[in-house]
Design a protein around this ligand. Structure first.
Ligand code: C2E
Ligand code: CA
Ligand code: CA
Ligand code: CA
Length: 281
């Protein structure tokens, strides 16, 4: 029953989100807004570990529910996947994330180019027209392709490695950046890894969490970093929560980091303030 409710909420949220984008008068908007479910994006900063400078954001979707507040994607993404709702939802997420990044570029013209990372689910990744759809969104929002990075888990890529190679090649040829998410947790095949046109490996939070002294998890992180660098890829460490973890990762030449130590995911206003304060340093 809870699942059915969630599915209905998601349908309504999607309808509401597409309605909002067709310029409903503001007053009417704010009156109704409080009562309705809708989707929104939060943005978590990704930081260069060498310079401490902001390098980009990861867009993370939330369902804003009139009774339940913000619902976690861990709860509703699986439902969206099963029902196929993830496909239109994913398009909305991509458009919104690109639109927001373009707005920031215009608002902060002195800003070094930031990357917007967007998560892609398996269903989305198997849509044959994905590249065309994304190219259209980039054109519409006027965001340069190299400012968009897609995060795909190894499991999704390995489920159908042959088709995945072709899809990744298409996306990469369009100038879009590609990242393997949650690296080290799924079924990965090293023999395929070097054939994919990737830019980044994201080291899963579970390994960063266990990094203490010379423990086993530190060895795993070291190994992943060596692998990434040998393949000519950058690495992003997820879930950095402490100064110790940061120091360790920096000493291992991990390029980028993300985690509560720097910032939690922020709403668009707070993320804008984060950019402004980063410019001042
Ligand atoms: P993910 O892609 O691995 O995203 C990182 C998750 O780790 C986010 O959870 C983020 O809030 C959380 N996180 C970041 N830093 C820290 C930290 O220092 N400590 C801890 N404990 N957690 C941290 P969130 O936003 O709840 O998202 C969960 C998952 O839901 C994501 O995992 C991703 O798989 C999925 N997801 C989120 N947004 C989207 C989306 O737009 N599309 C798709 N397909 N999936 C999404
Ligand atoms: Ca991710
Ligand atoms: Ca991840
Ligand atoms: Ca993860």
């Amino acid at each position: 029953v809870a699942r059915l409710h969630l599915e209905n909420d998601l349908r309504r949220a999607l309808a509401e989100n597409s309605e909002l984008s067709i310029n409903t008068p503001l007053t009417q908007n704010s009156k109704n807004q409080a009562k309705k479910s809708k989707l929104l994006l939060h943005y978590q900063p990704i930081v260069s570990l060498a310079t401490g400078k902001l390098a980009g954001f990861e867009a993370l979707v939330r369902l804003s529910h009139p009774m339940r507040g913000l619902v976690s994607p861990i709860e509703f993404i699986p439902v969206a996947e099963e029902t196929g709702l993830i496909v239109p939802m994913g398009i909305w997420i991509l458009r919104e994330a690109c639109r927001q990044m373009r707005l920031w570029q215009l608002e902060f013209p002195d800003l070094a180019p930031l990357t917007m990372s967007v998560n892609l689910s398996g269903k989305q990744f198997s849509q044959p027209d994905l590249t065309e759809q994304i190219k259209q969104i980039l054109q519409e929002t006027e965001l340069p392709a190299h400012c968009l990075k897609l995060e795909i888990t190894e499991t999704v890529v390995m489920e159908n490695a042959a088709a995945a190679t072709a899809m990744l090649q298409q996306l990469s040829n369009s100038g879009i950046r590609l990242s393997i998410d949650d690296f080290g947790t799924g079924y990965s095949s090293l023999s395929y890894l070097h054939r994919f046109p990737l830019n980044t490996l994201k080291i899963d939070r579970s390994f960063v969490k266990g990094m203490r002294g010379e423990g086993e998890d530190s060895e795993i992180v070291k190994t992943i970093l060596t692998l990434a660098h040998n393949l000519g890829l950058d690495a992003i460490a997820e879930g950095i929560e402490t100064a110790d973890q940061l120091e360790k990762l920096r000493s291992l030449n991990c390029e980028f980091g993300q985690g509560y130590f720097f910032s939690k995911p922020l709403d668009s206003n707070a993320a804008g303030l984060f950019i402004a304060s980063n410019l001042d340093n």
